[in-house]
Design a protein around this ligand. Structure first.
Ligand SMILES: [Zn+2]
Length: 158
């Protein structure tokens, strides 16, 4: 079952959220070199996410320690090409507490099968594929995943 958003537990190190103002809004970046599927240029992909809260940048092989809970998981994120300005999905793979892989991916049924989380950072990209909203007045729609799967199986792509 895939979760929408990144409800991964806080890291095992004690977090002092009482001074939330100081730490809220820090972006974690995953960085790799990737070929943009839109313009074909090799670009540095800066993949922003709300995983972790130390504002760090991680590359393949980095081990975030207490910043990101050491579960094994695949998460779908996104990046924007610095040359053409178009967005692309990225899959970040964690294993044994470290960043195992960072890849640009097409979101298709095979990719969806591997994922554990879809980050809220790519909400608008998902909604473009499904042509529906993920949230309604009650929160995340219970059928969001079925709707996405149906759209992908019908051949819809970002
Ligand atoms: Zn591009």
């Amino acid at each position: 079952m895939i979760s929408f958003d990144v409800e991964i537990p806080d890291g095992p190190l004690p977090h002092d959220h009482c001074d939330g103002e100081m730490t809220m809004g820090l972006i974690t970046y995953f960085k790799t070199t990737s070929r943009c599927p839109h313009c074909g240029r090799d670009e540095t992909a800066w993949i922003h996410s709300h995983l972790g809260d130390s504002g760090a940048t991680y590359q393949i092989g980095d081990c975030p320690g207490g910043d990101i809970y050491p579960l094994d998981f695949d998460v779908l994120l996104g990046w924007t090409c610095g040359s053409c300005g178009l967005a692309t999905f990225a899959e970040v793979v964690f294993a044994d507490g470290c960043v195992r892989d960072i890849q640009s991916v097409e979101l298709n049924p095979e990719t969806l099968e591997r994922l554990h989380y879809i980050a809220e950072d790519v909400q608008s990209m998902i909604e473009t594929i499904t042509a529906t909203r993920i949230y309604d007045d009650h929160g995340v729609r219970p059928d969001w995943l079925a709707t996405l799967r149906t759209a992908l199986e019908a051949g819809r792509r970002w």
